[in-house]
Design a protein around this ligand. Structure first.
Ligand code: ATR
Length: 275
């Protein structure tokens, strides 16, 4: 019988996850079904329970339910604990296992697909919400020399930096939290936009000299046209990437955890790019 999976969110119509997992299934010869589930804002748990009762094996979780998914799991991976959020659930013998594959999706895209070596690099993370918190542990695992978190509400950046500074994964990196206005005179090899500014077609208030020579600017959002952040970065000499590769890589990591097979991501990224 075909094993069934789904992505749960609200809204969900725009999700590319079914297309991505269908491509992985074809490529690896795995017999799975993968659908979209729209959960009412107050009905995440009941949507999940119905899917599980109907034989569902697991789900990916997207906005705005990642925190709720984390809270209701019976077992939680370390990276989901660090993120305080889960985008992956597996139903197993009546228990719910949670993980977070977003951060590793980001670092695999940066390191494997874009060929950018993170070790020893100066990294600037813009934003201190859920998206930023979700990628901190996987970034720190690559031992950047500096990881600076800049946020409009500086208290949130300071709190994240303080929380992560004490984790063993941060042993090789200097972590600090700043407000945007304090970035002047600092230069970075990698600048990651984890704010929601690209959704609003806005530019985070970055100084132009934030990009060191040869820097990479990475936007965790993706779209048909470059975001204001990526356009700004390109205008100031940085290489750029949107977050489409991250989306495919977090899906590949989920597929691996469910099915025990790691799919090739390059052809699937190309497929989505050309669509
Ligand atoms: P997500 O789960 O996507 O991270 P979030 O937790 O609401 O969503 O966080 C949104 C992030 O984008 C925050 O870091 C937010 O800054 P504040 O903490 O100051 O709210 C940031 N953000 C949103 N709009 C922004 C803007 N116009 N300029 C700068 N930062 C912005």
């Amino acid at each position: 019988m075909t094993d069934r999976y789904a992505v749960v969110g609200n809204p969900i119509a725009h999700s590319k996850s079914p297309e991505i997992h269908a491509a992985f299934a074809r490529q690896t010869g795995q017999d799975i079904g993968y659908s979209k589930l729209l959960a009412p804002l107050d009905g995440f748990r009941s949507t999940l329970e119905s899917f599980r009762a109907a034989g569902g094996k697991g789900v990916n979780v997207t906005v705005p339910f990642k925190l709720e998914a984390f809270d209701l799991a019976d077992e939680v991976s370390q990276r989901a604990k660090d993120a305080e959020a889960a985008n992956y659930l597996r139903f197993d013998n009546g228990r719910i296992h949670a993980d977070n594959t977003d951060g590793v999706g980001l670092t695999r895209d940066i390191v494997h697909n874009l060929g950018f070596r993170l070790a020893g690099k100066r990294v600037l993370l813009l934003g201190a919400g859920g998206a930023a918190q979700g990628v901190l542990t996987p970034l720190l695992e690559y031992e950047p020399s500096i990881l600076t978190i800049a946020n409009r509400t500086v208290e949130k950046a300071l709190r994240l930096a303080e929380t992560f500074r004490h984790k063993p994964v941060a042993a090789s990196s200097v972590l600090c939290g700043l407000r945007f206005g304090e970035l002047a005179g600092h230069h970075f090899d990698l600048v990651i936009n984890a704010t929601s500014t690209s959704l609003q077609e806005e530019l985070p208030p970055l100084p132009a000299d934030a990009f060191a020579a040869g820097a990479l600017a990475y936007d965790m959002m993706y779209g048909a046209t470059p975001s204001p952040f990526l356009a700004f970065a390109a205008a100031h000499g940085a290489k750029t990437s949107d977050g489409l590769g991250m989306l495919v890589e977090q899906a590949a990591e989920s597929f691996l955890l469910w099915r025990g097979v790691r799919p090739e991501t390059a052809p699937v990224i190309a497929l989505l790019r050309n669509a």
